[in-house]
Write a protein that binds this ligand. Structure first.
Ligand SMILES: O=P(O)(O)OC[C@H]1O[C@](O)(CO)[C@@H](O)[C@@H]1O
Length: 635
C-alpha cells in the first residue's frame, strides 16, 4: 500500500472512531461555511481544497482506478466474455446465493484495485465498528446495529457496555407469544371474533421492508399455507385514497391495526393512525382500541399517550435505522401475525447467514463487499448514475422500492461523515420492475440509450410451477430464458456486420445496432422463501454500507428528508389560519409568489366544493362518524 494510502487509512480510521476528531472537523467546516462568499460553488471548492486529505479521492488507490478507466475503455464485454478463466473467476457463492459479475466492465486487475480501494478506505475497520456497536452514526450519536436484530440468542453484541441481544430476543419472544395467540384465536377482538385481518400503518422504513418481505412470501406455497384465512395490508400514504383502499371491505370487528413508527411522530403515520383509530371507535366504541390496536416503536411514551396500552407495544431501539428495521418488530410482528413465527425465524436466519459472511469472509470472496465495490466503480469511475434492479421473479416486485429507500436515503449525501463536501458523485438512482414486464417498458433505454448497470435476479425453483402440455419449456423456464438472454443482449450487443449478414436494409442498420458493453450482474437463488429473502435483504443492505464506507459517508442518517417536513408544517398552519380567517394569502405571508398563487388557487377550489355527506370525503364510505365530517368552513 502506498504511503498516501496508508495515511488515508489512518486518517479515515481516526475520523471514524474518534468523536473528538469529528467535532474538530465539524468546527472547521462551520468556520469554513462562515467564510463562504460569493458563490457556493467557490466555497465548495475552498472546502474541498482544505479537506482534500480526508477524501478517498485523494488516495493513490482512487487515482490508480481513475487511470485504469482508460484500460477498461479499450475493452468490450463481447471480448471479455470469451475469456473462460475470467468467467470462472468473476463468480461468487455463499450459502446457495450465486453471483456472476462477468458482465461487469471489470478485469481481474480492476477487482484487485477495487479491493485495494476498500482497504484504503477502512472498509474492514468500519465493518468491525458496525458489528461491535460503535456509535458510527456520528451525526445522531448512535450505533448501527440492525445486524443485532437477527443475531442468534447466544451472540454477544454490546452497546455502551451492555449486551443488546437478550433485549432483541425478549421482543422476539413477545412477538411469538402475541402472534400465536392472535393466530390461534386466544386473543380476540372486542366483540369476541378472531382477528384475521391486519392493517399495518407506517411509512418509509416502517413500511417498505415489511411490504417487500410480505410480497416475497405470499405466493410461496408453504408460507401461503401458513397464512391461510389471514390478510395483511399496509397503509402508508397520508392520501385518504390509501386509507380507503387499505380499509376497503374490512370489518373492524376482525381487524387488528399495527401502528409502526420508530419515532411515533411521523405526521403521515400519526394522522393515518388517528383516522384508523376513529374507524374502530366509530364501529366498536372507545374501549375496543386496546384489543384492536398495537404498536411498534422506540418511543413507548408516545405510544401510551396515543392510547395504545404499553403492554401491547413492541419495542425496538434507536440503533436500528428505519430503513434497516425490517428484522426488528417493524417487520417481524406483521409477518409473524401473517405467516407464524417460525417463518420469521427462517427469515432472520437467512439474513444472519449473510451478515456473518459479510463480517468474516475475505474481501475477494465477500458478496456484499464485492457488489458494493462494483457499484462504486460504476458510479464513481464509469459515470453511471443509475442502477436497475430487475428481478425475474414476480414475488420480488417490491425489492426495488425497498432498495430505493435503503440505498438512496443512505448514500444520497453531499458531504463525508466529517462534513467535507465530496468531489465525486455518491449514491445511485435506483429503479426497477420485475422482468419480463420491464422489458416491455424501459429496457429500450437500457439497450440503446443510457448505460445503466442492471442487477438481474432469478430463482431456480419457482414458487409456482406451471408446465403446459405441448410447450417445450415450463412457464418459469420461459421467464428465466429472458433472464439469461437480456444480460447477454446488454453485454454483447449486435454489430452492423451481423445485421448486414442478416440482409438488414442499410437504412435500418443504425437503428438496429446494439452497441453492447452494457454492464450487469446476475444473482441466482435456489428458490424464494423466508430464508433466501433474508439473505437477499442482508446482501443489499451491506452492499449499500460498503459503498458508503468507501465514499466516506455517514450512510445511516437522513437529514435530507427534514426540510420538506418543516415546510409542510408551515403550510399546514397557513392553510388552517387562512381558512379560519376566510382570507387568501398575500405577499406578507412570506411565501414566494409561485407558492402563494398555487395555495390560493387550491384554497379557492376547495372552498367551492360541497361535501353533502362524509362519504364524499372518504370515497368508499369507510368512515362514517361525526369526528370525520369535513370542517364546516368547507361547505
Ligand atoms: O418510523 P418513523 O419514525 O415513522 O419514520 C418513517 C420514515 O421516515 C424517515 O425518517 C424519513 O422519510 C425514514 O427514514 C423513516 O423510515
Amino acid at each position: 500500500m502506498s504511503s498516501s494510502a496508508s495515511g488515508a487509512v489512518l486518517k479515515n480510521a481516526t475520523s471514524f472512531f474518534s468523536a473528538k476528531t469529528i467535532k474538530t472537523n465539524k468546527n472547521n467546516t462551520l468556520k469554513n461555511k462562515k467564510r463562504m462568499k460569493p458563490s457556493s460553488k467557490a466555497a465548495t471548492a475552498v472546502l474541498q481544497t482544505e479537506h482534500k486529505g480526508s477524501l478517498i479521492s485523494s488516495t493513490s488507490e482512487w487515482n490508480s482506478l481513475k487511470e485504469h478507466v482508460k484500460d477498461i475503455e479499450k475493452t468490450h464485454l463481447r471480448d471479455l466474455l470469451k475469456d473462460y478463466n475470467r468467467c470462472e473467476n468473476l463468480t461468487l457463492e455463499h450459502d446457495g446465493v450465486y453471483v456472476d459479475y462477468a458482465r461487469q466492465r471489470v478485469t481481474e486487475e480492476t477487482m484487485e484495485k477495487l479491493y485495494a480501494l476498500a482497504r484504503a478506505s477502512g472498509v474492514k475497520e468500519k465493518i468491525n465498528a458496525m458489528f461491535s456497536g460503535e456509535a458510527m452514526n456520528s451525526t445522531e450519536n448512535r450505533a448501527v446495529l440492525h445486524v443485532a436484530t437477527r443475531a442468534p440468542r447466544s451472540k454477544v453484541i454490546n452497546v455502551d457496555g451492555s449486551n443488546v441481544v437478550p433485549d432483541v430476543h425478549d421482543v422476539l419472544d413477545k412477538i411469538k407469544d402475541f402472534s400465536d395467540r392472535v393466530r390461534n384465536g386466544e386473543w380476540v377482538g372486542h366483540t369476541g371474533l378472531p382477528l384475521t385481518d391486519v392493517v399495518c400503518v407506517g411509512i418509509g422504513g416502517s413500511f417498505l421492508g415489511p411490504l417487500f418481505v410480505h410480497t416475497a412470501l405470499k405466493t410461496n406455497q408453504s408460507h401461503a399455507a401458513d397464512a391461510q384465512g389471514r390478510n395483511l395490508r399496509f397503509l402508508a400514504n397520508v392520501d385518504p385514497v390509501d386509507v380507503a383502499r387499505a380499509l376497503n371491505g374490512l370489518n373492524p370487528e376482525t381487524t387488528l391495526v399495527v401502528v409502526v413508527s420508530k419515532t411515533f411522530t411521523t405526521a403521515e403515520t400519526m394522522l393515518n393512525a388517528r383516522t384508523v383509530r376513529q374507524w374502530i371507535i366509530a364501529a366498536l366504541g372507545k374501549e375496543a382500541v386496546s384489543k384492536h390496536m398495537v404498536a411498534v416503536s422506540t418511543n413507548l411514551k408516545l405510544v401510551s399517550e396515543f392510547g395504545i396500552d404499553p403492554k401491547n407495544a413492541f419495542a425496538f431501539w434507536d440503533w436500528v435505522g428505519g430503513r434497516y428495521s425490517v428484522c426488528s418488530a417493524v417487520g417481524m410482528l406483521p409477518l409473524a401475525l401473517q405467516y407464524g413465527f417460525e417463518t420469521c425465524e427462517q427469515f432472520l436466519k437467512g439474513a444472519w447467514s449473510m451478515d456473518e459472511h459479510f463480517a468474516t469472509a475475505e474481501f475477494e470472496k465477500n458478496l456484499p463487499v464485492t457488489l458494493g465495490l462494483i457499484s462504486t466503480w460504476n458510479v464513481s469511475f464509469l459515470g453511471c448514475d443509475a442502477r436497475a434492479i430487475l428481478p425475474y421473479c414476480q414475488a420480488l416486485a417490491k425489492l426495488a422500492p425497498h432498495i430505493q429507500q435503503v440505498a438512496m436515503e443512505s448514500n444520497g449525501k453531499g458531504v463525508t461523515i466529517d462534513g467535507t463536501p465530496v468531489d465525486y458523485p455518491t449514491g445511485e438512482i435506483d429503479f426497477g420492475e420485475p422482468g419480463t414486464n420491464g422489458q416491455h417498458s424501459f429496457y429500450q433505454l437500457i439497450h440503446q440509450g443510457r448505460v445503466i448497470p442492471c442487477d438481474f435476479i432469478g430463482v431456480i425453483k419457482s414458487q409456482q410451477s406451471v408446465y403446459l402440455k405441448g410447450e417445450i419449456v415450463s412457464n418459469h423456464d420461459e421467464l428465466m430464458c429472458n433472464f439469461f438472454a437480456q444480460a447477454d443482449a446488454l453485454a454483447v450487443g449486435k454489430t452492423p456486420v451481423e445485421l448486414r449478414a442478416e440482409n438488414c436494409p442499410d437504412t435500418l442498420i443504425p437503428h438496429k445496432t446494439f452497441t453492447g458493453n452494457r454492464p450487469s450482474l446476475s444473482i441466482m437463488l435456489p428458490e424464494l422463501n423466508a430464508y433466501t429473502t433474508g439473505q437477499l435483504l442482508s446482501l443489499y443492505e451491506h452492499r449499500v454500507a460498503v459503498q458508503g464506507f468507501v465514499w466516506g459517508l455517514n450512510s445511516f442518517d437522513q437529514w435530507g428528508v427534514e426540510l420538506g417536513k418543516v415546510l409542510a408544517t408551515r403550510v399546514r398552519a397557513t392553510m388552517h389560519d387562512k381558512r379560519n380567517e376566510g382570507k387568501m394569502l398575500d405577499s406578507s405571508d412570506g411565501y414566494n409568489h409561485s407558492t402563494e398563487r398555487m395555495l390560493n388557487r387550491y384554497l379557492q377550489g376547495k372552498a367551492q366544493l360541497k361535501y353533502d355527506t362524509p362519504s364524499d370525503v372518504f370515497p368508499c364510505d369507510l368512515i362514517n362518524s361525526e369526528e370525520c365530517r369535513p370542517p364546516s368552513s368547507y361547505a
